[in-house]
Design a protein around this ligand. Structure first.
Ligand SMILES: NC(=O)C1=CN([C@@H]2O[C@H](COP(=O)(O)OP(=O)(O)OC[C@H]3O[C@@H](n4cnc5c(N)ncnc54)[C@H](OP(=O)(O)O)[C@@H]3O)[C@@H](O)[C@H]2O)C=CC1
Ligand SMILES: CC(=O)N[C@@H](CCC(=O)OP(=O)(O)O)C(=O)O
Length: 348
């Protein structure tokens, strides 16, 4: 089979360089174009010496037409960019995966409220498929346009799914207490992400409303007939990569008698065939470093009375962004789902 020709829009950002790291060693991919407006013409390896001898392309202008010759294009760009540029690529038969939020929310009014942007391509949005690989694989297989999930929503959905799908917990009282590494904010210069502002300190943000709440609610609602209510509190933690989500859900009266062993089996049987979801033994404490640089999401169950506690870790740049995007590309092109994604986490 000939290799898939791939382009990346936004190659100078953190998810862009993560895509490059993964795709450069992907057995079925040929990297054709990596765009940057600010670094146009500069060799990619000048900016990222980690890619010297691995990627020999130069950054190109996203408007040069080079993307149209690709089979697949990833948008690793701020919200609003993919919706402006994807329709022309789709018209040329190029498959598109957006790492931003332009194609995640089905309701344009909700999108406009949270992103403060008018949605310019509601027609393209109608054909977009939400790219949570494990739960939406069948739709992703035939998708031409995928909206890759947000990083926090990936942990919340995969953690709550076995409980909601099996009607074991009250969906009306879900709590997600989540922590992200600073790379989650992207590479753009902002005072809040400077070393002196984000190092050796810890804080919550977006407590009264974060745009990942509507995305997560929209998807959790598909898992259960109950009304879903979610309290989601993100925190910024002084590490570069990694995300840790502590999820709380109260068992319904009819499920309270379940043993820890039975609950564990529900999770294990849900994810037994998933190459990138690891259900650890009951009572484990997954660490972010166990998934650093890898596409694996690890979870472990605990219980306090009627409350089930699910601990979930992932690398925000891999399973939370670029890795899941590559996983979706593999599914869209009928490749081995794990191709290019079998790297092991970096410990220590
Ligand atoms: N960081 C993370 O953990 C996660 C990020 N995401 C999402 O992925 C997307 C990318 O994030 P991240 O890599 O962190 O962002 P960065 O801010 O680090 O990078 C953004 C990139 O987009 C390019 N860009 C900006 N504006 C335009 C434009 N108008 N046209 C073409 N290219 C443009 C920039 O390059 P240049 O200006 O040179 O063209 C840069 O390479 C965002 O939508 C983000 O929300 C999703 C999940 C997790
Ligand atoms: C630490 C940090 O700032 N994280 C980002 C979320 C990560 C991300 O980029 O998600 P989207 O693709 O939905 O924007 C935030 O809370 O805005």
């Amino acid at each position: 089979m000939s290799k898939i020709k791939v382009g990346i829009v936004g190659g100078t950002g953190y998810t862009g360089v993560e895509l490059l790291r993964l795709l450069a060693r992907h057995p079925d991919v040929q990297l054709r174009a990596i765009t940057s407006r600010s670094e146009n013409g500069v060799p990619v390896s000048n900016m990222f010496p980690s890619l010297r001898g691995v990627v020999d392309l130069k950054f190109s202008d996203p408007a040069s037409g080079i993307l149209e010759a690709c089979d697949a294009v990833f948008f690793a760009t701020p919200h609003g960019v993919a919706m402006a540029q994807a329709p022309a690529l789709l018209d040329k038969g190029v498959k598109v995966i957006d790492l931003g939020a332009d194609f995640r929310l089905q309701d344009t009014e909700v999108f406009e409220k949270w992103y403060k942007l008018a949605h310019s391509t509601p027609d393209a949005l109608k054909q977009a498929v939400y790219g949570l690989s494990e739960l939406n694989r069948e739709h992703i297989k035939s998708a031409r346009l995928v909206g890759n999930p947000g990083c926090y929503p990936t942990t919340m959905q995969l953690g709550f799914y076995p409980l909601l799908k099996n009607n074991l917990v009250s969906a009306n009282a879900l709590i997600a207490d989540c922590k992200s590494g600073v790379s989650g904010a992207g590479r753009k210069a902002e005072v809040g992400t400077l070393f002196c502002e984000a190092g050796d300190t810890f804080k919550a943000y977006g407590v009264s409303g974060h745009r990942h709440t509507p995305e997560t609610l929209e998807q959790l609602t598909k898992m259960t007939a109950q009304k879903v209510n979610l309290i989601f509190t993100p925190h910024l933690t002084p590490m570069i990569r990694g995300m840790h989500s502590t999820l709380y859900a109260t068992l319904l009266p009819e499920a309270v008698a379940m043993s820890n062993d039975e609950l564990q089996k529900v999770f294990e049987s849900t994810y037994v065939k998933e190459p990138f979801v690891d259900v650890m033994p009951w009572g484990s404490h997954p660490e972010t470093r166990s998934v650093r640089g890898s596409n694996m999401l690890r979870m472990a169950l605990h219980r306090n009375g009627d409350v089930v506690i699910v601990l979930v870790v992932q690398d925000n740049l891999v399973k939370g962004a670029a890795g899941q995007a590559v996983q979706n590309m593999n599914i869209m092109f009928g490749l081995e789902e794990t191709a290019g994604l079998l790297g092991v986490g970096l410990v220590p």
